[in-house]
Design a protein. Structure first.
Lengths: 255, 312, 261
């Protein structure tokens, strides 16, 4: 079971690496937004009292990571849905392998892609002078956090994809990703927000995950960061993978 | 002197290194139905696209309705009706809306739009479906609408690019009837097809195109005759095979005989059958079964290109 | 009976018919239209909420005053550019061949889609402005301010449509779609889109300074930040006229490239 899962993870990973054009936007856009944000809000950050990072650049690293991972995971989900539309089930039903391993394998590759994205992003930000206050532990914290976020989101979308079996339905869920991302503290600190917008950002789990990731960069290592940046996505991942596998078994059991 | 409705001389079209049409000469006379026959990718559609002003020829010249397809494109457009492959029609529009749009594009006077549209819908049997979106039409209905659209401005020359590809036999026959009746009204028709039967049924003359070149051109009957004489196969009592063979010899080339079955290529054509029967009768050979096999357009095609179009 | 010496077809009539066809699509395929309608509203809300504190530093009390005009311009741009997608579908289905075979002036195949695109852009602009007004956006410039925003937004729509149409005619495949979006996205964001020039710093500032979109945005925003003045209007109009001419020519040349295939 584990060997099969690893084999599927590897295959899925290779498949994604072979299509750089599908991965490129999830690298390019977050970095572009961050670079633009630095130019737009860099000066403002120095004038706002109590800005929670050395600079807007350091602040935006976590936002870029979560944005990239979210985009990448949704692209993978749409791949899975396309697969499902194109005879995936027939092969699956005919295959002698443990069926769960195919899905879990795919999800595992999302962990790897998320972690790699996080590492690349953080390295780029460090090249531009961002100091990771959490040290090596902080770096690892961001990388594993990126992987867990990838896993959680991929699991959620895989569930949608398996249940609906249509890439269109999955793409219809993409706007949700934008809402989760923009109505959070991914691009600006929550402390400066007000009114209903602040309330939404307060309850949006994305805010807490991104702030946990951010504190790996802006603060010395602490347990609080692991609890939010690892704990929340890990919890979501457990639930969402369960959801995906249940959808899978239900689908396979159906005549 | 009036020029023929469609004249092409040395028409060539290249796409990069690919020569899609390689020196096509055509002359289609007033009131003809001309069949343009060939497999997919032979250059039929490319030729039609050049003749209908959609593509500029790489070399050579063509005139349609007396006007040059490149220099006088708008004059050509005013006079031709075109139904292209796959009936490109907007699935979100209704049949009536499409006809109205087409009427505007061809500059019909406003007061005529409605009447002309209704008339054409009636003609192609789509009156009941006129206000439905085209997306709900069957393949045959779409082709019929496409035909109606191409007729909006009363063209003198009609181009039909594979008008029946993918249609069921009934729809096909309906469309053939419509083409015939248009032709009777004086419209010159050029139709491309990969169906030999269609060309045989409809066309006064056909051209066979292969690898961008016209390899045969003429009346179907004449082309078939060129391939060879019709073969008469006769089943006789095995004991009389020799006598039968002797009797047949003077009518033409003998075909390899089998037990109780003899055959001859009729040099005089199908009209020689009666005489053959008489000759056999004179020798006392009883005829059990008789079969006349005429060369088909597919035989013409095979002889010209080295492969069969149908069943390939 | 034939139209051998038929009437000369005008540009206006077929262009109008193509506009009607395009607007009908909006009604009959609303699912393709909703994202273009809702994106700017979401953007206005998200940016106004997230970056409110940064905008306050510029002395702008209500961040909607700053971000709603941006969202209107971007909504108009993306909404109008979708005429490029529609054109690619027409090319691939062969419908454009039908249009090209008609004896109408080629101008109609540029004028029709452009006019349709600008009309389509009206919807997101009106919606996002209405949401802004309901949300308490200030309009010290009054009706004139709203009108100037309308002109600027529809002008951006016109420019974006010309760009999309020209690209569609040249590339003739959906591979053109990301390129269409990316160019408009970059052109708008590499301007004083998120913060005023004075508060910008670093690499994007010199680009924003020379980007004509900065002038158009200044024109669009003036009625929400103060009174409408000619000094804040003419550079935007000039930029729109210049860009409009270039993209119209780009679209017209694109159509010629289809004829020359």
């Amino acid at each position: 079971m584990i060997r099969e899962t690893l084999a599927f993870a590897r295959r899925s990973l290779i498949g994604r690496l072979r299509q750089p054009e599908s991965l490129a936007p999830s690298f390019v856009f977050p970095l572009f937004f961050a670079a633009l944000g630095v130019s737009s809000f860099g000066k403002a950050a120095t004038r706002l009292p109590g800005f929670p990072a050395d600079s807007y650049l350091a602040f935006s690293a976590a936002g870029a990571v979560i944005q990239g991972v979210l985009f990448g995971a949704t692209a993978a989900a749409s791949d899975l849905a396309t697969d499902i539309e194109g005879g995936f089930w027939e092969r699956m039903v005919a295959s002698p392998v443990t069926r769960s391993s195919i899905v879990v394998g795919r999800l595992a590759s999302s962990f790897v892609v998320g972690a790699v994205q996080a590492a690349v992003f953080l390295a780029v930000f460090m090249a531009f002078g961002v100091r990771v206050h959490g040290g090596i532990g902080g770096f690892v914290g961001v990388v594993v956090g990126g992987g867990l976020i990838g896993l959680a989101v991929a699991g959620l979308f895989a569930g949608f994809a398996i249940r609906s079996g249509s890439s269109e339905a999955v793409q219809g869920a993409f706007p949700l990703v934008f809402v989760l991302l923009f109505l959070s503290s991914a691009f600006f600190p929550r402390q400066y927000m007000s009114g209903w917008y602040r309330h939404v950002a307060d309850v949006n789990p994305t805010s807490h995950v991104v702030e946990g990731l951010r504190q790996f960069v802006t603060r010395p290592l602490g347990t609080q960061q692991f609890a939010t940046a690892w704990g929340i996505p890990a919890g979501v991942a457990v639930v969402s993978i369960g959801f995906a596998l249940r959808s899978l078994h239900r689908r396979l059991a159906a005549p | 002197m009036r020029t023929a409705p469609i004249v092409a001389t040395g028409l060539v079209r290249r796409f990069g290194d690919v020569v899609a049409v390689d020196g096509v000469d055509l002359r289609i006379e007033d009131g003809e139905i001309f069949g343009f026959l060939g497999p997919n990718g032979a250059g039929k559609s490319t030729t039609v696209r050049m003749l209908t002003t959609l593509l500029i020829p790489t070399a050579g010249q063509a005139s349609v309705a007396g006007y040059d397809v490149v220099r006088q494109a708008d004059e050509v457009r005013r006079r031709i009706g075109v139904a292209l492959q796959d009936a490109a029609i907007d699935p979100l529009m209704t049949g009536r809306e499409l006809l109205a749009l087409q009427a505007v594009m061809y500059g019909l006077p406003r007061r005529e739009h409605r009447r002309r549209g209704d008339e054409l819908l009636e003609r192609v049997g789509l009156t009941a479906a006129a206000d439905r979106r085209v997306g709900t039409y069957s393949g045959g209905m779409r082709r019929r609408l496409d035909l109606a659209l191409s007729l909006i401005h009363r063209p003198t020359v009609l181009f039909l690019d594979e008008p029946t590809t993918g249609l069921d036999p009934m729809s096909r026959i309906t469309l053939w009837d419509e083409v015939r009746s248009l032709n009777r009204e004086g419209t010159t028709v050029l139709l491309t097809t990969q169906y030999l039967e269609e060309a045989d049924q409809l066309a006064d003359r056909v051209a066979i195109i292969d690898h961008g070149r016209i390899v045969r051109q003429g009346e179907p009957r004449e082309l078939k005759a060129q391939v060879g004489a019709p073969t008469l196969w006769i089943d006789v009592d095995a004991a009389q095979s020799v006598a039968a063979t002797e009797a047949l010899a003077r009518f033409g080339e003998l075909r390899p005989a089998a037990e109780g079955r003899v055959g001859v290529g009729l040099g005089a054509g199908a009209s020689g059958v009666a005489e053959v029967i008489r000759a056999l009768d004179e020798r006392g050979v009883g005829v059990r079964h008789l079969e006349l096999h005429e060369p088909s357009l597919d035989d013409v095609f095979a002889e010209a290109t080295g492969y069969h179009l149908e069943g390939a | 009976m034939s139209t051998l010496d038929g009437p000369t077809v005008s540009t206006a009539a077929p262009a109008r018919a193509l506009v009607a066809r395009n607007l009908r699509r909006v009604v009959r395929l609303p699912s393709a239209f909703f994202p273009a309608l809702l994106m700017p509203v979401f953007q206005a809300i998200a940016f106004s909420g997230a970056f409110a504190a940064a905008i306050h530093l510029a002395g702008i009390r209500n961040s909607l005053d700053w971000f709603v005009p941006l969202a209107a311009l971007q909504g108009a741009g993306f909404g109008a550019m979708s005429i490029g997608f529609a054109t690619i579908i027409d090319i691939q289905s062969g419908f454009l061949d039908r249009l090209r075979m008609a004896p109408m002036p080629r101008r109609a195949l540029v004028a029709g889609p452009l006019a349709a695109a600008v009309l389509r852009a009206v919807f997101p602009v009106v919606l996002v402005t209405a949401v802004g007004l309901i949300g308490g956006m200030n309009v010290p410039g009054g009706w004139l301010g709203l009108a100037v925003l309308g002109v600027a937004a529809l002008g951006v729509g016109f420019v974006a449509a010309g760009w999309g149409l020209g690209l569609a005619y040249r590339m003739r495949s959906m591979a053109a779609a990301p390129l269409m979006q990316f160019a408009i996205f970059t052109a708008i964001f590499l301007s004083a889109s998120q913060m005023p020039l004075a508060l910008m710093s670093g690499w994007a500032k010199p680009i924003a300074r020379v980007n004509p979109v900065t002038n158009i945005l200044r024109m669009a925003r003036q009625g929400f930040l103060g009174r409408v003045t000619w000094a804040h209007t003419w550079p935007g109009l000039l930029a729109l006229t210049g860009l409009g001419l270039v993209t119209t020519l780009w679209a017209r040349r694109g159509l010629s490239s289809v004829d020359r295939i």
